[in-house]
Design a protein around this ligand. Sequence first.
Ligand code: F6P
Length: 366
Amino acid sequence: MIKKIALTTGGGDCPGLNAVIRAVVRSAVNFYSWEVLGIQDGFEGLLSMRGIMELTPFRVRGILPRGGTILGTTNRGNPFKYTVKVGDKVEERDLSGRVLENLALLGVDALIMIGGDGTLTIGSELMKMGVNIVGVPKTIDNDLSATEVTFGFNTAVTTATEALDKLHTTAESHHRIMILEVMGRTAGWIALQSGIAGGADIILIPEIPFDLDIVADSIKRREKKGSKFSIIVVAEGAAPKGEHTFFKEYKIGERTVKTLGGIGQYVSDVLSEKLSMESRVTVLGHLQRGGSPTTYDRFLATRFGIKAVDLVAEGKFGMMVCLRAGKIESAPIEEAIGQIKNVDPQGEVVKMAEKLGLNLGREPIV
Ligand code: F6P
């Protein structure tokens, strides 16, 4: 018999998180008459018990169009590998027992976790320890195989497409190569879909290691036909054939953080030298994760939130919500984690791009 549930958001933020929170709260309170607790900053909040708040329909008023998450989130704070400083050393500790104790102290019957692969992996481990978990997948990258689409993706693609529309102006006026580096981790979904929708000439994705001689030839062919500019979309995880992915490193105190990035500048440097053409790079970065979610993402996130509450009511723990053939369904979290969905280099969308005459850094297969 469920009386109280808790809700947490983990991993990188993503447009639509607040829409899920709102849907969960409204359905759990209004329809099932449960109490809902919001846990701040993912597992950090559950470990410290700081900032735990009751979420009521009144409390979630007006959050539907807001980006980010009212609960806060973190990429750190894995309770199974929690990093603590002991003297000069940093050690990893298993604090999962404390999560269980704190959930019991709060009287929580089930925990809805909204997160990506990392958060859902933690959820699956907690499930094995007896916590009633239901998962809601999120990522702008759209790279989770258990669901056809994740909320946040549509907003990110829309932002990237709008950026491409704007870059066309300068590209055409100045006869330049304009390069847009987009997010997506090891998947090329954002690059491919925004590139097609935004009228790019070249799209470079992680799934197709690229050859810049082939790219340069395609730019020369465009020039011969009268187009003196080219627009390139490059996914942050794309890499030249036989070479490694590009990373950037940042120091935060004693910690070193490694993030994908830098491929746009590399492509620009090589092409402007090969072609003696001016080239500029725009790294779209976190603009893709920010701002108000699109109608599509608000609707999908709301559907996911409602289904997550229904799964709790039905006692279907260890499951996550997903979209399959347009319907909201559920899949075991265990099966879903670690299964990354990549672009098929021989698939329909890639072939479509090549039929349109776009160059993907290889000799076209169509
Ligand atoms: O997974 C979402 C994502 O935005 C990726 O596309 C990107 O590589 C990564 O997160 C960036 O993470 P951070 O905000 O920690 O730099």
